[in-house]
Design a protein around this ligand. Structure first.
Ligand SMILES: *[C@@H]1O[C@H](CO)[C@@H](O)[C@H](O)[C@H]1NC(C)=O
Ligand SMILES: *[C@@H]1O[C@H](CO)[C@@H](O)[C@H](O)[C@H]1NC(C)=O
Ligand SMILES: *[C@@H]1O[C@H](CO)[C@@H](O)[C@H](O)[C@H]1NC(C)=O
Ligand SMILES: *[C@@H]1O[C@H](CO)[C@@H](O)[C@H](O)[C@H]1NC(C)=O
Ligand SMILES: *[C@@H]1O[C@H](CO)[C@@H](O)[C@H](O)[C@H]1NC(C)=O
Length: 785
């Protein structure tokens, strides 16, 4: 409790925030589960919904309960019946009841980052549903580079969420996924994201959101559950050397905003049709994002045409007033955010100060009608106003549909698909179960449970630890080597003895939430404490192959192990979810041929020593020695690179169909670029319409194991407008059986794929040579006028 109380005093404004430090979160869970055991609170088994005409016939005459009317008409009918006070009650995450109209209290805040989570008051577990399927942390799933997997996981999560809603244990509105770019390896929340690349993040965002939201009754406007892409925007610093997200002003260029930070959100809204976007705590160029009319009304509503609601991060309206002192009065903070386009406050600030803002003339009631209408329309699309949900499409879902064998198998499959093989000396992996009579299993993460599910977790169906997973294949000898990941003192002797006596050694090290977490960024990139000593000593002593497994969200500088001949193989498993241990064993013993690829750059320690986390620039600056960020711009050495990952089978690539070597763009007579040297053209329809090319690549598996291949199509554009050195145009994941081949097809669209963002944030077709690469294949495509 002491930790919680201190946190409250220091950050008075943040007492309701999700940002609780680890011990605080733990106490919260304990408190909640204590509440569950109270009969009055714990046994509710019916869902919360409005328009319960069975128990109150008169509600049937109200327009907003009439399911034959359109949603805008029903919303207008309802808003027209509400008093100002009642409307203001609908602006906070705990929306007040309007009992006279048969509307119960609704809790908006639920989370489902990689499974239904207990973070957020809208969802809890009980004896009725004790756990839900806990998929790998997002960074691991992203490493699969399998778009259909992103959607498949979302679909299972929304099925379990609906099942829990039906028994009164969960909400309908989920504040997931987190699609911020993993810009800096030290970020404690990088684990929650799909990595550093805007194309991968965009595909993840739209795929996962479709899986969560897509209505299964065929009505495109209805929602299975409502997702939310967060945290808009340029948010990827939590607490680094005393600089925290509540005070941080992210200084971002127009160019970086448009070609790095915004794309996942844009894709989430436009391609994923997400029902919500959450604005962040930080400021962007001097303005809190939740009070920026250009970012909210201008971009999200105006340009992207969000069909849904904009919500604040928890207490971020309070933060911009009390912590950032952005407005002089709380009423101004209320008026500024609502007028900027904010519709829902995670917190109670708008509930407390909006009425005075209206009375003081800072805000008209019509602005509140507007905000409340977006919120209510979302609930209508979810069926909240359609009467008893047990009589509607998802009504039959219940506890039996949570943690089914199929769902748990998908969790294991997702972990297998995400595991990345980074090093493999000839013949080391896979291990042969027949030959390995004894296996030493060592390391602080070798027998962990909760570590495997990362943060924004729920209670899983069950765990399979790495030790348990490996023990299913052969007999094991377990030595932790360190008492925890901090590894203040490694117990090297027993670990060495075990390694010397076994046929092979699996050494599982890395991080957990005590090293990288929300509100906790790292300051270095080295393995914590004496983990490195443990690895080198055990590797020296090991009689058989030494398999090093890194379990972490962010990357580490493990050059020492990469270069050490006694370390036979290296696997990165991210945080692999409830079935992570089984999946690790599947890969190590070769029942699954690994195909995951790194979704982020692994930098050397010197990066952390020289680059301030607060510098948001993506592009290098030779005048200061700033190296830039991510594979698209970074100019320095890497330990491992974006896209790295091996498999047990070797493949050959062949170009079977390529675009022309030269493309001419016809220009109207008198166009400026016909008389002067232009480096680029506006990427407007007339210039590039219909300009698209096919690239077909044949992949041949010349190995003896069936495998999967992740095929990347990169382009290096001409170096105009400070363009990226290289960027991903697309990726495909395919299965290729041993000794057979498959063809992968990409379509390159000139407007979209051969354009770059210029210094003012405008899309331009870069004139000159574009190098397209797939693996070692290269093809040059020159664009001229
Ligand atoms: C409120 O509405 C009036 C009348 O439409 C308008 O003149 C005024 O500018 C509005 N005030 C604000 C703060 O939006
Ligand atoms: C491994 O972890 C599991 C789950 O926490 C526990 O039941 C088991 O006793 C542990 N095994 C060893 C050898 O410590
Ligand atoms: C495995 O270890 C045992 C005990 O040291 C040894 O007898 C056996 O030959 C080893 N097997 C292999 C394949 O090395
Ligand atoms: C255009 O650029 C080319 C190559 O840089 C140069 O040779 C040529 O003189 C330039 N033409 C004009 C009109 O500036
Ligand atoms: C991608 O994921 C889906 C869903 O798990 C799976 O059915 C498919 O086989 C995966 N594709 C590859 C190539 O592994």
């Amino acid at each position: 409790m002491a930790a919680c109380a201190t946190e409250k005093k220091v950050n008075g404004a943040l007492k309701r925030s999700v940002s609780s430090v680890f011990p605080c979160l733990f106490i919260l869970c304990v408190t909640l589960s204590a509440l569950h055991s109270l009969p009055a609170l714990g046994q509710s088994t019916s869902p919360v919904f409005a328009c319960n005409v069975e128990s109150n016939r008169s509600l049937g005459t109200l327009g907003f309960c009439d399911t034959s009317m359109g949603i805008p008409e029903r919303v207008a009918d309802l808003v027209g019946r509400l008093s100002l006070e009642e409307k203001i009650g609908l602006l906070g995450n705990t929306a007040g009841a309007v009992s006279r109209l048969g509307i119960p209290k609704y809790e908006w805040w639920s989370e489902a980052l990689h499974g239904v989570s207990y973070v957020g008051p809208g969802t809890r577990f009980s004896s009725v549903v004790p756990g839900a399927t806990s998929f790998p942390q997002v960074i691991t799933t992203a490493a699969s580079f399998n778009s259909s997997l992103f959607e498949a996981i979302g679909k299972v999560v929304s099925t379990e969420a609906r099942a829990m809603y039906n028994v009164g244990l969960a909400g309908l509105t989920y504040w997931s996924p987190n699609v911020n770019i993993f810009r800096d390896p030290r970020w404690g929340r990088g684990q929650e994201t799909p990595g550093e690349d805007p194309v991968l993040s965009s595909k993840y965002a739209s795929g996962y959101v479709r899986g969560l939201q897509r209505s299964e009754d065929g009505d495109g406007d209805k929602l299975k559950v409502a997702a939310c892409c967060k945290h808009y925007t340029a948010y990827d610093l939590d607490n680094w050397k005393g600089i925290d997200r509540f005070h941080f002003n992210a200084v971002v260029t127009k160019q970086d905003l448009d070609d790095t930070y915004q794309p996942p959100f844009k894709s989430c809204v436009i391609d994923g049709n997400v029902a919500s976007v959450m604005c962040s705590y930080n400021q962007v160029n001097g303005k809190p994002t939740c009070a920026d009319p250009d970012l909210l009304s201008g971009v999200i509503r105006g340009e992207w045409k969000l069909n849904g609601y904009i919500v604040s991060d928890c207490d971020s309206v309070d933060v911009l007033y009390n912590t950032q002192h952005y407005t002089k009065t709380p009423e101004e903070a209320a008026a500024d955010t609502i007028l900027a386009g904010l519709n829902l406050d995670c917190g109670s600030f708008l509930g407390q100060h909006t009425e005075a803002a209206v009375k003081g003339g800072l805000l008209n009631e019509s602005a509140i009608d507007q905000a409340v209408s977006y919120n209510l329309a979302t609930l209508m699309r979810l069926g909240f106003f359609d009467g008893n949900p047990q009589k509607h499409h998802y009504g039959k879902l219940g506890p039996k549909d949570v943690c089914t064998p199929e769902h748990q198998e998908l969790a294991r499959e997702a972990a297998r698909q995400g595991i990345v093989l980074l090093k493999n000396k000839a013949g080391a992996l896979p291990l042969s179960a027949a030959a390995i009579q004894s296996l030493a299993v060592i390391g602080p993460n070798a027998n962990v449970t909760k570590t495997m599910i990362g943060n924004y977790e729920g209670t899983p169906c069950k765990y399979t630890t790495p030790l348990q997973g490996l023990s299913a294949w052969t007999s094991t000898n377990y030595q932790p080597g360190c008492v925890n990941v901090a590894c203040a003192t490694a117990q090297v002797d027993d670990a060495k003895k075990a390694a010397a006596a076994a046929n092979a050694t699996v050494l599982i090290v890395g991080a957990d939430q005590s090293i990288e977490a929300e509100s906790r960024d790292r300051v270095d990139l080295l393995l914590p404490g004496q983990q490195q000593l443990l690895v080198t000593e055990v590797a020296k002593a090991s009689k058989g192959p030494l398999i090093l497994v890194i379990m972490s969200g962010g990357g580490f500088d493990i050059s020492f192990a990469k270069d050490d001949d006694t370390v036979s193989s290296i696997l990165w498993v991210g945080y692999p979810g409830e079935a992570g241990g089984a999946a690790i064993a599947d890969v190590i013993f070769g029942s699954y041929n690994p195909s995951g690829r790194l979704p982020m750059t692994w930098y050397p320690e010197s990066f952390a020593d020289n680059v301030p986390m607060t510098n948001m620039n993506m592009r290098p600056d030779p005048s200061t020695g700033y190296p830039g960020r991510t594979y698209r711009f970074y100019t320095g050495q890497t330990v491992y690179s974006f896209g790295d990952g091996l498999s047990y089978s070797e493949t050959h690539h062949n170009l079977v169909r390529a675009p022309p070597a030269q493309v001419l763009i016809p220009l109207e007579e008198g166009h400026l670029c016909l008389s002067s040297n232009c480096s680029s053209l506006d990427a407007v329809e007339e210039n590039c319409r219909g300009l698209a090319f096919n690239i077909h690549i044949r992949i041949k598996n010349i190995g003896t194991m069936d495998g999967r291949e992740t095929v990347f199509l990169f382009s290096s554009p001409p170096s105009v407008h400070n363009s990226p050195r290289k960027h991903l145009l697309g990726f495909k994941k395919i299965s290729v059986a041993a000794n057979s081949e498959a063809v992968v097809k990409f379509r390159v669209d000139a407007c979209k794929d051969l354009s770059v963002v210029d210094e003012n944030g405008n899309r331009k077709i870069a004139l000159g040579a574009h190098q397209l690469h797939v693996g070692k294949l290269k093809h040059s495509l020159s664009i001229r006028v």
